[in-house]
Each structure stands twice: as structure tokens, then as C-alpha cells.
Design a protein around this ligand. Structure first.
Ligand SMILES: N[C@@H](CCC(=O)N[C@@H](CS)C(=O)NCC(=O)O)C(=O)O
Length: 261
């Protein structure tokens, strides 16, 4: 049976995994988990992902959570075509790009989304936090542009691990109007990404979900859902002036911390 991916099309972590699976031609089913965003501790999704996070992959009897662990598994289980290079130094470079994208870049995008989609701040605070995110986005894109140099891909001559990890991050910035300078090497890399079927399909799913987001966000601020504030994201929120947002979300019951409670 085809593997099942617990997915949300807006999740950059999920997108990374879908790009990898599609690059390798692995057929999979993608499913939005029931009760996603509630922090529910029962049911099939909670069993697969104790943190209540997407992505999680079910393959046969095996359940795997965390996008990096999943990516490693996908590379081991379906080695062709490889996404990680053979050379140890190149492998370390690819993994560093993934780590910075997952830990730093994603948190900035997420913070921007909390303001844009979930309207956690208004007025001067919102403006200040958006400006902080925009400035930090430029730092991230500068760092990625250095890694890219004059090559077509972050992986060098071939599309690879680092490209799959960075693609959803930069694409989300583009969606937010914070994309790389037109004509720059990173903007051309982003344009090149869109020509790959694996990425194009994943970005199309993102675009469709982003359109529905404005309406869905009400669910998070009014009833039932509690967005997870964790690790790098919580760190971003606090150091970017959003401590009052965390306090308000806890008071209003629409924010939760990570597992275990
Ligand atoms: N370290 C995890 C992070 C996954 C993560 O944060 N997923 C988010 C979506 S982008 C999530 O499912 N959050 C649960 C929630 O907000 O309820 C990974 O790499 O898979």
C-alpha cells in the first residue's frame, strides 16, 4: 500500500517531504489529520505524531514524525535518485542548509503568518513585527544566496536535499511579498524551482490552501483550535516583541505549547 503522509499544504516541513517523495517518484496519499491544530491526544494522528505535528509518514507498520527524520528515511528507503550527494563535505553543507531553513527561516515565516493570517497583532506592534520579519528574511536570503553562488542549485549542478528544504521557505517569502530581488541569483533559482514538476505541484497545493487561509484562520482565534507555539517559533515571537501575544493566546485558549503538556 502507498505510504500515507499526514500533511498540511501550508506546512513548509510537509512541503519539503512531498518534494522529496515526488522527486523519487514515490506514490503516496496525503491526508489532513482529523482535528489538526487542536492538540488532541487521541486518534490515529496523535498515535503517529505525539507532538500533534505534520508531517508524519506511515509506511507499512512504521510511523515516523519530524520532517528531517522522514527525509532521512525517504532517502534510505527509496535511494534513487539520491537527494544527498556522496561527498561528506557536500552532505554536511546540504544538511546545514536544511537545519537553518527549519530552525531560523521557518520561524520568521511563521511569525509573519501569525500577524498576516491570524491577526495576532494590530497597529504599531504589527508593523514593527512585520518589519523585523522582513529584515530577517533578507538575512536568510543573503545566506542562501551565498550558498548558491553561481551554481544552478543549492546542491551544485544537481537539484538536491538543500533545494528541497529551502524551496518552501523562499516560496513562502515570495507569497508574503518578501521574495528575493528580481533578477538576482536566488530569484532565478526560485524561478528554476517552479519548472520542476515535484516542486510545481507542491507549490500549487500551497497556493490553493493559502487562498482558503483567511477564512480558516477564524477557527484559531475563536473556537477549538490552539496553535502550537514551540521552540524556534516561540523564541521568534518573544524576541520580536510578541510576548503580549503569547500571554493573550494563553489567556484566550488559542495557543498551546509543545508536547508533553
Ligand atoms: N520539527 C518538526 C516541526 C513540524 C511542525 O512544526 N509542524 C507544524 C506545521 S508547519 C504543526 O504541525 N503544528 C501543529 C499545530 O500548530 O497544531 C518537523 O520538522 O517536522
Amino acid at each position: 500500500m502507498a505510504p500515507l503522509l499526514y500533511d498540511h499544504p501550508l506546512s513548509s516541513y510537509s512541503q519539503k517531504v512531498k518534494i522529496a517523495l515526488r522527486e523519487k517518484g514515490v506514490a503516496f496519499r496525503a491526508e489532513l489529520p482529523e482535528g489538526f491544530g487542536t492538540g488532541r491526544r487521541d486518534g490515529a494522528f496523535a498515535e503517529a505524531s505525539p507532538r500533534g505535528e505534520v508531517p508524519a509518514l506511515l509506511d507499512g507498520g512504521l510511523a515516523i514524525f519530524d520532517s528531517t527524520v522522514i527525509l532521512e528515511y525517504v532517502e534510505d528507503r527509496w535511494p534513487e535518485p539520491p537527494l544527498l550527494p556522496r561527498d561528506p563535505a557536500a552532505r554536511a553543507r546540504a544538511r546545514m542548509v536544511e537545519e537553518v531553513c527549519d530552525a531560523q527561516y521557518e520561524a520568521i515565516n511563521w511569525g509573519f503568518g501569525e500577524i498576516l493570517w491570524f491577526r495576532r497583532a494590530t497597529g504599531a506592534l504589527a508593523e514593527e513585527m512585520r518589519a523585523t520579519a522582513a529584515r530577517q528574511t533578507r538575512v536568510m536570503q543573503g545566506w542562501l544566496a551565498e550558498r548558491l553562488g553561481g551554481a544552478p542549485w543549492l546542491g551544485g549542478d544537481a537539484f538536491g536535499w538543500a533545494d528541497a528544504a529551502a524551496a518552501p521557505m523562499v516560496n513562502r517569502s515570495v507569497h508574503y511579498g518578501l521574495g528575493p530581488e528580481p533578477g538576482s541569483p536566488l530569484a532565478l533559482w526560485h524561478a528554476r524551482l517552479r519548472t520542476r514538476p515535484s516542486v510545481a505541484e507542491t507549490f500549487r497545493e500551497f497556493d490553493a490552501a493559502a487562498e482558503r487561509m483567511a477564512a480558516a484562520s477564524e477557527l484559531y482565534t475563536t473556537g477549538g483550535r490552539r496553535r502550537e507555539y514551540r521552540d524556534h517559533r516561540l523564541d521568534w515571537m518573544v524576541r520580536s516583541g510578541g510576548l503580549s501575544i503569547v500571554e493573550a493566546g494563553l489567556r484566550d485558549g488559542n495557543i498551546r505549547f509543545s508536547w508533553p503538556d
